[in-house]
Design a protein around this ligand. Structure first.
Ligand SMILES: Cc1ncc(COP(=O)(O)O)c(C=O)c1O
Length: 361
């Protein structure tokens, strides 16, 4: 960040907010941001472009994204009144915090977790409270319920599978948080389809559970920026009030609706990635000095010890980019690799073996 004096200072409290950036390095094998390695089907792209060509671009998009919500609701077996869509799940999270958090309100996160939960909370002026996880990275339910009873946050975050650890929370944990909370319980399921179960079926019209999902990962649509919440209708109404008018471009709405017709292709991509994840996990476990953590997502966290940053740099030299998590809370010595194509995963494993030898030597 530049240290030059600026004519107008930003809000004082923003000085405490650190930026969130994954370093982008020019390499051939990019396994650092948990995107899908597979593009969506050509037929999807053709259908999307054809519909886009027939769309009057001089007109604002449907403000309520009704067709997209209806299609998503049908796919999820939920009423359309429970669906809210925005530009990526990050915008969904931001809208939730704008509506329910902010000045003199608190949000609870369980570290280590997705950094944007606390980052967006701070930007919205929300006080962030941190509960620690158990040694296996699962949420420590008793500790979390104690903090909730003490400070009554208006937003309790859970992330399942959790980024960056891959941990899938048991259903009982989410239910215990719901029972303890008086505010919203927001379960971020950005990687939900890679996991064995989801909290979506626990959303109730008179409940406090909100589940957030994205098209960026399993739908292979990170470039299009689309995420959504499944929430009680009174929450959805509030999010509609707070979000900017016409926030979701027509191109995104159309893409999101048409993508759902390629559900079988999505499931096939997910199955391939889950099977590669298991192969990667097993292969990492066989490398001396490497300890992978079980994952229900499309990435694997692994510990390489104190030399983690040196290993990360050596991997870049070998043309492979992973995420260096070693400076994150409770993740000393850890790196995170996104599951790629079989060739990319092989390239990563070969590079890791070489990097470990070089760093040791
Ligand atoms: C847990 C989690 N939630 C949300 C997001 C944001 O996704 P989107 O691209 O939908 O904004 C990510 C992206 O990596 C993530 O890991």
């Amino acid at each position: 960040m530049s240290t030059r004096a600026v004519p107008v200072a930003p809000r004082d409290d923003l000085g405490l907010v650190e930026g969130y950036h994954s370093p982008q390095v020019d390499v051939s094998v990019r396994l650092n941001t948990n995107e899908s390695p597979y593009a969506p089907p050509d037929e999807f792209v053709e259908r999307w472009l054809a519909e886009l060509r027939a769309t009057p671009l001089n007109r604002y998009p449907d403000r309520e994204a009704r067709d997209l919500r209806a299609a998503l609701a049908q796919q999820l077996g939920q009423p359309p009144e429970r669906i809210f869509c925005a530009n990526g799940s990050n915008e969904v999270l931001q809208t939730l915090l704008l509506a329910y958090a902010g000045y003199e309100r608190r949000a609870l996160v369980h570290e280590p977790t997705y950094a944007l939960h606390s980052h967006i909370a701070r930007i919205t002026g929300t006080e962030v409270l941190v509960a620690e996880r158990a040694d296996d990275f699962s949420i420590d339910t008793d500790a979390a319920c104690d903090v909730i009873a003490d400070v009554q946050p208006t937003v309790v975050f859970a992330c399942s599978p959790n980024n960056p650890t891959g941990t899938v929370e048991p259903r009982e944990t989410i239910r215990a948080l719901i029972d303890a909370a008086q505010g919203l319980v927001v379960v971020d399921e950005a990687y939900g389809e890679f996991a064995p179960h989801s909290a979506i079926d626990d959303v109730r019209d008179d409940g406090r559970l909100v589940v957030v999902r994205t098209y960026s990962k399993v739908w292979s649509m990170a470039a299009l920026r689309l995420g959504f919440a499944v929430a009680p209708p009174w929450v959805v109404d509030q999010l509609d009030e707070v979000v900017l008018p016409y926030h979701l471009p027509a191109a995104t709405q159309i893409a999101g609706r048409i993508a759902l017709e390629f559900d079988a292709e999505m499931r096939d991509r997910v199955a391939r990635l889950v099977s590669e994840r298991e192969r990667l996990f097993a292969a990492l476990g066989e490398i001396d000095g490497v300890a992978p953590y079980p994952s229900g997502a499309n990435f694997v966290l692994f510990r390489v010890g104190v030399r983690a940053h040196a290993v990360w740099r050596a991997l870049v030299q070998h043309d492979v980019l992973v995420r260096d998590c070693s400076g994150w809370p409770n993740l000393e010595g850890c790196l995170r690799v996104t599951v790629g194509t079989p060739d990319e995963n092989d390239a990563f494993l070969a590079a890791l073996r070489a990097a470990l030898t070089e760093v040791a030597g």
